[in-house]
Design a protein around this ligand. Structure first.
Ligand SMILES: C[S@@+](CC[C@H](N)C(=O)[O-])C[C@H]1O[C@@H](n2cnc3c(N)ncnc32)[C@H](O)[C@@H]1O
Length: 216
């Protein structure tokens, strides 16, 4: 067999393997919707993740600007929090909220390695996405990365997000294909619109996209 044929065969096996993984993992998730285990932060906070889903780009797409008050729902191991803290600058504030205590423990460990000026801008909250501890119309941006569809009732979460966002403020939802709960872009748009948001932009690609909504 020529060298090229061998390469093609290996490539075919890799693609088929990924396809089988994606189908099987989605089937499992339909039957058994358990929360992401905390050990998954080994991947979520890894260099491989950084290559698959550039955090600087995700934060840029989420429309985060200096001086803003920003919330990440389902922050997990805190992979995106330092980048959001950098984007809001010294006058901004970033809240990372998660329902899983074990995730927040790992998040704290992760943040301990972050420069102190960024860390000071971040506050962690142990809470459910259904009860956001913020006043009405008090936040500039709420963003979620590979988290919305893991929340058992995403519609209820977005209704709560709507309440805490200021008028014209942003809800950004980013998804990654390898996530077992990955929804297509159309599904994300539908769920956001049902909660009252208007699509402002869709960025990225099928594999890794962000839908940026505005609260009218
Ligand atoms: C796949 S992880 C993503 C973590 C992080 N956003 C990232 O991309 O690295 C999803 C996170 O959503 C959190 N989560 C699930 N249901 C939640 C809920 N009802 N309220 C708040 N967080 C929730 C999980 O605990 C988990 O940390």
């Amino acid at each position: 067999m020529s060298g090229w044929l061998k390469v093609l065969k290996i490539f075919g096996f890799v693609i088929a393997g990924i396809a089988v993984y994606l189908v099987l993992i989605r089937l499992v998730r339909r039957i058994w919707h358990f929360p992401a285990p905390a050990f998954i932060t080994v991947f979520l906070n890894s260099r491989l993740r950084e290559k698959m889903q550039n955090p600087v780009e995700v934060i840029r797409r989420s429309g985060i600007k200096p001086g803003q008050k920003v919330l990440e729902i389902g922050c997990g191991g805190g992979f995106f929090l330092p980048y959001a803290a950098h984007a809001v600058g010294k006058d901004g504030k970033v809240f990372g909220l998660d329902i899983a205590e074990a995730m927040l423990v790992r998040c704290l460990r992760h943040l301990a390695r972050v420069p102190v000026d960024l860390r000071r801008r971040i506050e962690l909250i142990h809470q459910s996405a259904y009860e956001l501890p913020f006043d009405d119309s008090s936040l500039d941006v709420v963003y979620l990365v590979t988290a919305l569809m893991e929340i058992p009732d995403p519609r209820r979460c977005l209704t709560e997000v709507y309440r805490v966002l200021k008028p014209q403020a942003i809800l950004a939802v980013t998804e990654l294909l390898v996530d077992p709960d990955y929804p297509g872009c159309g599904a994300t748009i539908r769920i956001g619109e049902k909660a009252g948001f208007k699509v402002e932009a869709v960025e990225g690609n099928f594999w890794n996209y962000t839908v940026r909504f505005k609260k009218p």
